[in-house]
Design a protein around this ligand. Sequence first.
Ligand code: PLP
Length: 287
Amino acid sequence: TTVYLNGAFVPASEAKISPMDRGFLFGDGIYEVIPSYGGRFVGFGPHIDRMHSGLAQLSIDPKLSQADWQRIADQLLADNRAELGDNIGVYFQVSRGTDSKRGHAFPANITPTVFGFAFAIPPEPVADKTKVTTYAVVTGQDLRWQRCHIKSTSLLGNVLHYQQGYSQGAQEILLFDQDGNLTEGAAVNVFIVKDGVIATPPLSHKLLPGITRQLLLAILAKHSNIKVEERDISEAEVLAADEIWLTSSSKEIAPVLFVNDKPVANGEVGDVWLAVQQLFSAHKFDY
Ligand code: PLP
């Protein structure tokens, strides 16, 4: 594989960064993951906007424009498509850069480290009840920090929560804040359906502003009459939901069939899911 590092495209085996990089020492950086199918990216602009927003909040300026990122991403696809095939995710990471003193304060005159690589991803999710990958989840208290809206490379909180679910045989974990309201999963946003109404937690510092969430809300507003609410959701509501979905760039909209080993409604993939994944599949390249 060919990767991008600080302005150059090089074989992965030749890409080197310093162990004094603050990304390594402190997790002092921002990352992004953007899916592509057949050379077309899903939500490229929104993904780069979110990365720029996170970098601005950390006062890191890699001095790359939306067009620069597009050129890097396109080149990563071109250089790796023969090896990886048609379904490729592009990972970008920008850290504050190399800091030989390992001081907590942001060093003056530091050059950000910019890294990008391409990796094979599963084929596009399909709106088909018999083919969709379904999930079993557990619930837990959200023990992460108060800046979950920043897509930080400091992912230890998320890793520990993911493992908490995984060690119980689940493939995700639904997290609840101290007031008992749903935040998100370890690597997904969460939606529920009750009596035909879709609900998802409002954006705040408690969750990542997912691009799949954003695109889904935009697509629903434009192309459907289904009622959608962004509001607080209690654990009792989650447990009594007709449908629960996880959203992320790789999963798109994924049905949850079990929570804490109990079936969601009748334990089958829902009709609202089917309609909504159909709409998402039809319109996801529009943004
Ligand atoms: N929430 C967290 C904590 C995540 O890590 C992710 C992405 O991996 C998401 C939500 C979903 O975001 P997106 O739809 O942008 O992939």
